[in-house]
Ligand binder design. Structure first.
Ligand code: ATP
Ligand code: MG
Length: 254
């Protein structure tokens, strides 16, 4: 299933938040969205997920979701959004229970816990888990519905830098074994160059696409501290620096 934004402009009150954004989300790839604070990144995800309708323009889904898909568009947020009274397996089950899957439900849970290396923690409660593990549960829960597109809003922002590195490795491993389609919003350019097949740079509000950078290096070959990635990151920062400074100054006066 292809997801597209066509000439999307979005407005809250009399303020344009996104302006004339046309973007295709390629299947089986990770599309990162970067841009200064308040430029409309989360709004863009909500529009893609159908949580809001754009003021102008269209969000288009072309084709069918993958086989076995229970929810075409699923979100992963930075705060994990787990139910504290449910176990790891119970939190994953939450998104499956309405689908009357019978014995398949347990199979799906076992499969996604295995893929996210959580099998041994199936009976643990969220309070017993580290932040990184909690986010792995949220990822397992998203994978359980076999979505067409995962919409990830700063999924690693609440984690410390070492845990973030480990989670990036996990995401690379997951994608390498079974490629998924994701739109990955981050303000962290190191994450964008590690995980993005393409990186969409938005200007400050109203967010417009200022550049799309494709990174060809295969995900497993991208290493922390790699000179080529550092150069890509420096290039992206060059594109964003002035906009970020202007956005920062603007927010102070809001
Ligand atoms: N429901 C809403 N009603 C009114 N204004 C909103 C609403 N949601 C977002 N905004 C405004 O729209 C702008 C873009 O918000 P959005 O959250 O999409 O930006 P962002 O790029 O995700 O920001 P951040 O980097 O802080 O996560 C901001 O100025 C925000 O205050
Ligand atoms: Mg945001």
């Amino acid at each position: 299933m292809d997801l597209k934004l066509q000439e999307v402009t979005h407005r809250y009150g009399d303020r344009d938040v996104l302006r004339d954004v046309t973007l295709d989300i390629p299947t089986g790839r990770i599309t990162c969205i970067v841009g200064p604070s308040g430029c409309g990144k989360s709004t863009l995800l909500r529009l893609l997920g159908g949580l809001e309708r754009p003021t102008h323009g269209d969000v288009v889904q072309v084709g069918s979701p993958p086989e076995g898909c229970l929810n075409a568009l699923t979100y992963i947020f930075q705060d994990f959004a787990l139910l504290p009274w449910r176990t790891v397996a119970g939190n994953v089950a939450l998104v499956l229970e309405d689908h009357r899957l019978g014995a398949r439900q347990a199979q799906i849970i076992a499969d996604v816990l295995e893929r996210t290396r959580l099998t041994d923690f199936a009976s643990a409660l969220p309070k017993q888990l580290s932040g990184g593990m909690k986010q792995r549960v949220a990822i397992a829960r998203a994978l359980a519905v076999n979505p067409a597109v995962m919409l990830m809003d700063e999924p690693l922002s609440a984690l410390d830098s070492q845990t973030r590195e480990l989670l990036m490795d996990d995401l690379v491993g997951l994608w390498t074994r079974t490629p998924f389609t994701a739109v990955y919003v981050t303000h962290n350019l190191a994450e964008a160059v590690r995980l993005g097949h393409r990186i969409v740079v938005l200007s400050r509000r109203p967010g417009q696409i200022s550049e799309i950078v494709e990174i060809d290096a295969p995900l497993p070959e991208r290493r922390h501290g790699d000179a080529a990635l550092d150069a890509q990151q420096a290039y992206l920062w060059g594109l964003m620096r002035d906009e970020a400074a202007a956005a920062d100054a603007e927010l102070v006066h809001v």
